[in-house]
Design a protein around this ligand. Structure first.
Ligand SMILES: [Zn+2]
Length: 488
């Protein structure tokens, strides 16, 4: 990646400009050939002060810029807020309404900074953990929890109270778990925060799930599906009816895959209705509905109503129970294309899981077209990944010759917060229910027999696709072992 782009990214990280502004500036820069900073300044996207800041970033050595980035990201600003906030509260941690809800209150600013810091690091979850010596703030980035900072204990209750106010939860109740949600404005867009409190020893633990509907990068290619598999999936997605299932544990990118599939067929001529918990991404043209169990809108009851809304394509967030599974399968039998997810480890065992729920094998074999099982692995940072030395046994494990091929390993740099990884990539397997497999399901063939036969028809198991990605330098053997729980 050219250095100019990197400076742009740093500026986005620091909240100086937006991605859209950077895109415009890069286009302008191509025309004028001027430095990116000058273009941004002349477009009015940054002030003179920002321009100086930018010059400092671009002239600093890598280590210095890393330090700058870290310092700019939290400590000084938050440290000041912590000092101001701490002096506001009584010894028992009680705090006035003004401190909790005023835009000028240091506490409100502190909580905002904690959230923004998480958003800038692309965290999917923000953890606020009461600890013996203080309050630990951690962020889940690319599936891994990262320690961010440690705050004084007296700030715990005020922070908890602030989050409860944001989530419209009961501020006086601290003995039972609570759930709430809030909209958080950030750079011309609104993020959804799902706030969950949980009483533990030492106080209330808070986890905030950050849903950034505008930032989810959909597209099967972006996720990391191979070209040949995208072609096969495309054919299935174009079917007028039937069912496509995506399976995998929580956080395996199932929703992104489903949205990517839907976006391919999302045209005015089709009525797409979704039923989700929660709605994670806004799909233009589609009608999206949020499950609300408290109000009696469950997957099953919602699905019954959707069928009266003349749908062509239905997305059911999850088939958790027999009733939902039965309704979804009936819907796909009656001329609808149905997408859904189910919690299983691999594609083949999904068949057994649905039979276990109580669905007739004949219904399963006639409706399901494909089952995609998937996981996410961390992608090596392109800026700093380094070749594995030729004497490493990993070459032999992967059947590679170090004299004419290269394996890569994680190193760490400022672009990847020193983790060596940036972003995630999907590893997967796609089981197509062919006529022969249909027959095997109907005659209750063993899963092992189905697996062996599927392989003869071109089924590539997940670990094979994963190893291919290691050979291609996208990820590492350790990542793949961790995600598939297999040793290689
Ligand atoms: Zn890196």
């Amino acid at each position: 990646m050219p250095p100019k782009k990197r400076i742009g990214d740093i500026m986005i990280d620091q909240g100086l400009i937006t991605q859209e502004q950077l895109d415009i500036a890069i286009l302008e820069q191509k025309k004028s050939g001027e430095l990116l900073g000058s273009v941004l300044f002349s477009l009015g996207f940054i002030s003179q002060k920002d321009l100086f800041k930018l010059l400092t970033i671009s002239s600093a050595s890598q280590e210095e810029s890393e330090l700058n980035k870290y310092n700019a990201a939290i400590p000084q600003e938050i440290e000041n807020l912590v000092k101001q906030s701490s002096s506001l509260f009584q010894r028992d941690g009680s705090v006035g309404k003004k401190e909790l809800d005023s835009a000028h209150s240091p506490l409100v600013n502190l909580v905002e900074k904690i959230i923004i810091d998480g958003i800038q690091r692309t965290a999917t979850d923000i953890h606020i953990n009461p600890d013996v010596k203080g309050v630990r703030i951690r962020y889940r980035v690319d599936g891994v929890l990262q320690h961010s900072m440690f705050l004084p204990t007296e700030l715990l209750n005020p922070i908890v109270s602030r989050f409860k106010i944001m989530g419209q939860m009961n501020i006086a109740e601290s003995r039972i778990p609570q759930d709430g949600s809030a909209e958080f404005p950030y750079k011309n867009r609104k993020l959804d925060l799902r706030i969950s409190t949980f009483p533990i020893l030492g106080g209330e633990n808070i986890v905030i799930r950050v849903l950034d509907k505008g930032q989810l990068r959909i597209g099967l290619e972006n996720l990391g599906f191979f070209e040949e598999d995208i072609e096969k999936l495309n054919a299935s997605i174009q079917l007028p009816f039937g069912m496509i299932l995506v399976t995998g544990p929580t956080g395996s990118g199932k929703t992104t895959t489903l949205y990517s599939c839907l976006s391919i067929i999302n045209t005015v001529s089709r009525n797409i209705i979704t039923l989700e918990d929660p709605v994670e991404y806004q799909l233009p043209l589609a009608r999206q509905c949020q499950v609300n169990v408290k109000a009696g809108l469950t997957f099953a009851s919602g699905l019954k109503s959707i069928l009266r809304q003349d749908p062509d394509v239905i997305l059911v967030g999850e088939m958790r129970d027999a009733e939902t599974a039965e309704l979804a399968i009936r819907a796909s039998l009656t001329g609808h294309l149905v997408f859904s997810t189910i919690h299983t480890n691999d594609a083949i065992s999904t068949i057994a899981r649905i039979i276990d729920i109580g669905i007739d094998p004949f219904l399963i074999s006639t409706t399901i077209d494909s089952i995609i099982a998937q996981r996410l692995v961390r992608s090596l940072c392109e800026e700093c990944k380094e070749p594995v030395p030729p004497f490493s046994p990993n070459y032999a494990k992967l059947g590679m010759d170090p004299s004419n091929s290269t394996l890569y390993r994680a190193k760490g740099c400022s672009a990847c917060d020193n983790s060596g990884f940036k972003g995630r990539n999907v590893i997967y397997e796609i089981l197509k229910i062919t006529p022969k497999i249909r027959e095997m399901i109907n005659t209750r063939a063993s899963l092992e027999d189905i697996r062996i036969h599927a392989i003869t028809e071109g089924f590539r198991e997940m670990h094979l696709i994963a190893l291919e990605k290691v050979r291609l330098g996208i990820t590492t053997l350790d990542e793949v072992s961790h995600a598939t729980r297999m040793t290689f």
